[in-house]
Design a protein around this ligand. Structure first.
Ligand code: PMP
Length: 423
């Protein structure tokens, strides 16, 4: 029965039942963590070959000694694999070091300090710079724009991409210089940008001539089902619409090989790539090519990547299934929560009763279950409805995950009952 349909006495009984469960949970003295989307040790073990690669042969296919300086754009054979994933020619893909977030940071800072190839002036010389932020979204994106004083304009992230009416309206303002977007299996809802939405993003009018889409394809090949969802070819669509410089694409092997020692990629138009490499060339003499070489040998080609991702799926899919099963078992039919059922990526997004997400996170914390702070998926950490909670099932063991989810469900019910009784 939904909470709304309960009498006050029934609600009080439900509250007391959940309170008893919660007291037992606290007494159990758990330490469980559902905070960050980290691969589990078993997933990292899938790439343990990397610990012995590249072996004594440290030259790449062109005979370049990967131990030495140089090659700012990265190793061709590795770029070629990700060029396929990003739908770009290999010349338009750069391989960097271990974090695509660093490439996003640098692209943003280069635009701020130097302007993009299409900018009338560096972005810092503008009175105001605004980024469109689909919400809920990735907290570290928002933390980056916040750090540099960029105003953030939230728009709703729908199952097929951002609310395009809102995006178009915002893009008519010349202070709006760009937007964040995770096109495939978005963090945290698992939304996938459709071909139609991508085509609109590529073609839409923008008042700023140097509008950039930070197309963060962090989960491009991170499928949880047999269906290998294809990301729209935003670079092709943008070029065909006369806006070749609009998208900057990012990806990485953080959740393919080693999260801390992977390789990241930036792809874009020839002009944008030349701009990025020119500015990057002052920051570094070149990336860790030895890491590129060992990745190229470990991954081999696109099929090698897809095979490896199937093995990740075998570990991850049961964890996501456990999360969804417990949510349905404990919360289904009560009318107190809705949640995403992602086909890929690293997260489940849970919406609880408005105004109770912070309380749920606090109750969990007191019971030894760590969750990302409520509001994390919104600019400035502020969820206007205080209802969204991001669940990251990848790292804990399945037993720990089940215990944590059961505890979380108790906290959701308890917080909802408290709120209803107080109203
Ligand atoms: N983008 C998104 C959407 C992410 O969820 C994450 C990791 N949680 C990253 C980027 C970080 O990627 P990297 O390790 O390549 O910096």
């Amino acid at each position: 029965m939904t909470f709304d349909a309960l009498t006050r006495d029934q609600l009080q009984a439900l509250h007391d039942d959940q309170q008893a469960k919660y007291d037992a949970l606290k007494a159990a003295g758990l330490t469980l963590d559902l905070t960050r989307g980290k691969p589990s040790p078993e997933q990292l073990d899938l790439s343990s070959d990397l610990l012995t690669l590249p072996g004594p042969d440290f030259k790449d296919s062109k005979g370049i000694d990967t131990r030495n300086y140089g090659g700012i754009e990265g190793l061709t054979e590795l770029r070629a694999i990700f060029a396929e994933i990003l739908h770009l020619p290999v010349e338009q893909v750069v391989a960097g070091d271990n974090a695509s977030l660093a490439m996003m940071h640098d692209s943003l800072v280069f635009a701020l300090l130097r302007g993009t190839p299409d900018s009338p002036r560096p972005w810092v010389e503008e009175d105001e710079v605004t980024f469109i932020c689909p919400v809920p979204g990735y907290d570290r994106h928002f933390a980056l724009t916040e750090q540099y004083g960029i105003r953030m304009a939230p728009v709703e992230m729908r199952p097929d991409g951002p609310d395009m009416t809102a995006v178009r309206e915002l893009a008519a303002d010349p202070s709006v210089k760009g937007m964040w977007l995770v096109p495939t299996y978005s963090n945290p809802t698992g939304a996938v940008v459709s071909e139609a939405v991508a085509a609109e993003l590529a073609a839409m009018e923008t008042a700023a001539p140097d509008f950039r889409i930070f197309w963060d394809n962090a989960y491009a090949v991170h499928h949880l089902t047999e269906q290998r969802t294809k990301t729209p070819d935003i670079a092709g669509l943008s070029a065909a619409s006369g806006h070749p410089n609009r998208p900057i694409l990012f990806a990485s092997t953080s959740k393919i090989t080693f999260a801390g020692s992977g390789v990241c990629f930036l792809g874009s138009s020839e002009e944008n790539v030349a701009w990025y490499l020119r500015l990057l060339g002052k920051r570094t003499i070149g990336p860790d090519k030895l890491n590129h070489l060992r990745h190229a040998r470990h991954l081999r080609d696109l099929d090698g990547v897809l095979d490896l991702m199937d093995r990740h799926r075998a570990i991850l899919a049961p964890k996501f299934a456990a999360v969804l099963e417990i949510l349905e078992d404990r919360l289904g039919g009560h009318g107190v929560a809705t949640w995403s059922e992602p086909k890929g990526g690293y997260f489940v997004s849970l919406d609880v009763v408005d105004g109770t997400a912070s309380r749920v996170v606090e109750l969990c914390k007191e019971a030894g279950i760590a969750l990302t702070p409520a509001g994390s998926s919104f600019p400035h950490g502020q969820d206007p409805r205080d209802r969204n909670i991001r669940i990251a099932p990848s790292f804990p063991s399945i037993d720990d995950l089940r215990a944590a989810m059961d505890g979380l469900a108790t906290c959701v019910l308890l917080a909802a009952a408290e709120k209803q009784l107080a109203s």
